[in-house]
Design a protein around this ligand. Structure first.
Ligand code: URP
Ligand code: ZN
Ligand code: ZN
Length: 469
């Protein structure tokens, strides 16, 4: 078991930042030491990592990924191996992926299928949420049990009628199960029934370009679904986590609920902070198709993006996850041009979350501890991984990132490691770069040389959420 000393860096936790050395012994953190402490003789360590002028932060926890997600005849283009490799390059050391139950699938069958995809293939640790697409009596019985297998969160869909959609009765019944088991209900909050009407009307008028995907999913329909989900959770007495919140009008609903003390949480994603309907989704043809995701990118003009940043500061938005769901442009997105409804939904960014959010530190939108809290500590706490993950403290897993806050890099398809033929952030310049990454004490990125291996990552049996209020 290797002893590794990370010396000379500034350790950043959600609670603050301070100069400290970190001693790793085997898979866990053994001690935090005052800088230059003589309590540990570097000669007794197998390796000393020089973190001078660098930050040492807990490995990122990306609570929302879709590796190999089947969508119709297609599958998201990152496998568990390529996706977790890319995650390492971006400083993420834990992913929570969605095991998707479609109509007709049993819950145990779907969980077995996801274990089959991930086991032996992940470079970093991983857990599963269950995405429930067929709420029926049998499903509800299985949901009572999956918590014992370490799957402690269920995602439901108010969008995608005929595919993954649940009606209010199905939602309420699932939330009632969650209330008994302690699981977290996660919600894709968009009114899919109304959206389908608007989308069909657009196509009837010959409006088929990618931008129509955004124009037919107005903010009001995200806000309405968010409100309804909050009320249903209140009736069921279950906590609620809204995934991929994009609209400030939906954020208003979260603020109202949290101000009442309701156990309601929300996540946003880098795409909703940095990309927009006008600048990206409105591009012609395949270029616009690259940016089709649900909920859609929003207009910047009315202050939506600034309002999301405000939500990150006020903790009304608790988590930043990627919703990493990559589809290649040439083979997967472009063939569906001609009807925006057929373009596979999703963007790939598992590699860029920490760097992109670090720009918020650079511009003063958030501080360093908040960066760590949003990208690592709070997702670990809400999804039953804390204090094993999400913190640099004795006893925690040695999932550590040495981050150079002043390095400059340009993002793009030629240099990223995701299995994706384009980048939503092509040419974007960022300040900050991941240098070295440890996953449970193993160096998986060594001064920007990949040293990880598929199979190192273990399935995480998660506990219940630590509700933060
Ligand atoms: O466009 C998206 N978000 N694709 C992934 C599936 C989902 O709804 O999260
Ligand atoms: Zn979703
Ligand atoms: Zn998703």
């Amino acid at each position: 078991m290797a002893r590794i000393l990370l010396s000379g860096g500034t350790v950043v936790n959600a609670t603050g930042a301070a100069p400290a050395d970190v001693l790793v012994d085997g898979e866990t953190i053994a001690a935090l030491l005052a800088p230059g402490s003589d309590l540990v003789d570097p000669a007794t360590c197998d390796r000393v990592v020089d973190a001078t002028d660098k930050l040492v932060v807990p490995g990122g926890v990306d609570a929302h990924t879709h590796m190999e997600l089947p969508v119709g005849d297609l599958a998201a283009s990152d496998t568990f191996e390529t996706g977790t490799t890319a995650a390492v390059w971006g400083g993420t050391t834990t992913i929570i992926d969605f095991a998707n139950q479609y109509v007709g699938d049993t819950v145990p069958g779907c969980i077995d299928e996801w274990h089959g995809k991930a086991e032996g293939n992940c470079v970093i640790d991983y857990g599963f949420h269950l995405a429930v697409g067929d709420v029926n009596e049998e499903t509800l019985k299985h949901l009572e049990r999956v918590v014992d297998e370490g799957i402690t969160s269920y995602k439901l869909f108010m969008a995608y009628p005929g595919r993954l959609y649940s009606d209010d009765a199905q939602i309420l019944r699932t939330m009632q199960v969650a209330s008994r088991t302690g699981a977290m209900t996660m919600m894709h909050a968009e009114n899919g029934i109304a959206i389908d009407v608007l989308a069909a009307q657009a196509v009837e008028k010959g409006l088929v370009d990618p931008v129509q995907h955004g124009l037919t999913r107005p903010k009001a329909l995200e806000a309405e679904a968010t409100f309804r989900a909050i009320k249903l959770a209140e009736v069921a007495r279950s906590p609620l986590y809204i995934v991929h919140l994009s609209a400030d009008a939906a954020l208003d609903q979260i603020v109202e609920a949290r101000d009442r003390g309701a156990p309601v949480f929300a996540e946003t994603c880098p795409q909703y902070l940095y990309l927009s309907l006008e600048e990206h989704l409105s591009r012609p043809g395949a270029e616009g198709a690259a940016y089709v995701c649900s909920p859609p990118l929003r207009s910047r003009d009315d202050g939506n993006h600034d309002n999301l940043w405000r939500g990150l500061r006020t903790d009304d938005l608790s988590v930043v996850a990627t919703d990493h769901c990559p589809f290649c442009l040439e083979d997967q997105k472009a063939p569906a041009l001609g009807d925006f409804r057929r373009i596979p939904n999703g963007l790939g960014s598992v590699e860029h979350r920490l760097d992109l959010l670090h720009q918020g530190v650079v511009t003063g939108e958030i501080g360093l501890p908040r960066w760590v809290e949003l990208c690592s500590t709070t997702p670990a706490r809400l999804f039953g991984l804390y204090p094993r993950k999400g913190v640099i403290a004795p006893g925690a897993d040695a999932d550590l990132v040495v981050y150079d806050p002043s390095a400059r890099q340009t993002l793009g398809a030629a240099t990223h490691h995701m299995n994706l033929d384009h980048s939503a952030y092509e040419g974007v310049e960022v300040t900050g770069r991941v240098e070295t990454v440890l996953s449970r004490g193993s160096v998986v990125l060594d001064e920007r040389r990949f040293t990880g291996r598929a199979g190192h990552g273990c399935f995480l049996r998660r506990g219940l959420a630590e509700l933060l209020r």
